[in-house]
Design a protein around this ligand. Structure first.
Ligand SMILES: Nc1ncnc2c1ncn2[C@@H]1O[C@H](COP(=O)(O)OP(=O)(O)OP(=O)(O)O)[C@@H](O)[C@H]1O
Ligand SMILES: [Mg+2]
Length: 207
């Protein structure tokens, strides 16, 4: 069954919101292997709220670390040693949406970054990118870093207001497929997200 790995150009770009929209649209399960920061809620909790998926389709994190910072540091602060073998992809019935933490070169343990973990999994990734100023550089750098590690980029999903030139420039210079763009939603809830996701993405790109 298909596994869709969702990564991003940075922290806070909208990976969780996109992952929630995608998981609902394709009837997937959701997994966040490493959650860093638990006091203000977690990404699995936000996905549960924004997708309306039943609780059994939201898989428990392999590591839920208290401190909201890079996982390698959060683990050190919590006194936890991250074992990469515990970050193997879980087996589920049906599609699985997996969300990384932060951007592609965020360290997990030692010299291993999320991009290296994606390479171990051998799964293509969806790159979530802002449309806001700075996105061309961040997107092209992320695409290069992924490909340098042998990770295929399934496509790029933009989040934000329409900036056609930036999107087209990334697609052209990065030689990457544009999957769609999620506008800024107000209000943002499970209903508005489901409608907007259906309007702006084609589920056939993910299955
Ligand atoms: N399409 C959108 N419409 C409205 N708000 C959004 C949208 N996408 C993201 N946001 C808001 O932006 C913030 C960051 O989004 P999100 O949590 O999805 O980022 P992230 O990339 O998953 O961050 P992290 O690296 O912490 O996992 C959140 O407050 C979220 O509600
Ligand atoms: Mg997130």
């Amino acid at each position: 069954m298909s596994t869709i790995v969702v990564t991003g150009t940075d922290t806070d770009v909208g990976k969780t919101v996109f992952a929630a929209g995608l998981a609902r649209a394709i009837g997937a399960s959701y997994w966040k292997p490493v959650q860093a920061g638990t006091d203000d809620g977690t990404d699995p909790m936000r996905v549960a709220r924004l997708s309306g998926l039943p609780p059994e389709r939201i898989l428990p994190e392999a590591y839920a670390l208290a401190t909201p910072c890079s996982p390698h540091r959060a683990a050190a602060i919590d006194g936890v040693t991250i074992d990469l073998d515990r970050l193997a992809l879980p087996q589920v019935d049906g599609p699985l949406v997996v969300e990384g933490a932060g951007g592609v070169l965020v360290p997990i343990v030692g010299t291993t970054t999320f991009a290296d973990l994606f390479a171990r999994w051998g799964m293509p990734v969806v790159l979530v990118a802002r449309t806001a100023l700075g996105t061309i550089n961040h997107s092209l750098l992320s695409i290069e870093a992924l490909r340098a590690r042998g990770v295929a980029v399934r496509g790029i999903a933009f989040v934000g207001e329409s900036v056609p030139d930036s999107e087209a420039t990334i697609v052209r210079l990065g030689d990457v497929k544009r999957l769609g763009r999620l506008p800024i939603l107000d209000p943002l809830d499970a209903d508005t997200l489901a409608v907007s996701f259906a309007d702006h993405f084609d589920t056939r790109d993910f299955l």
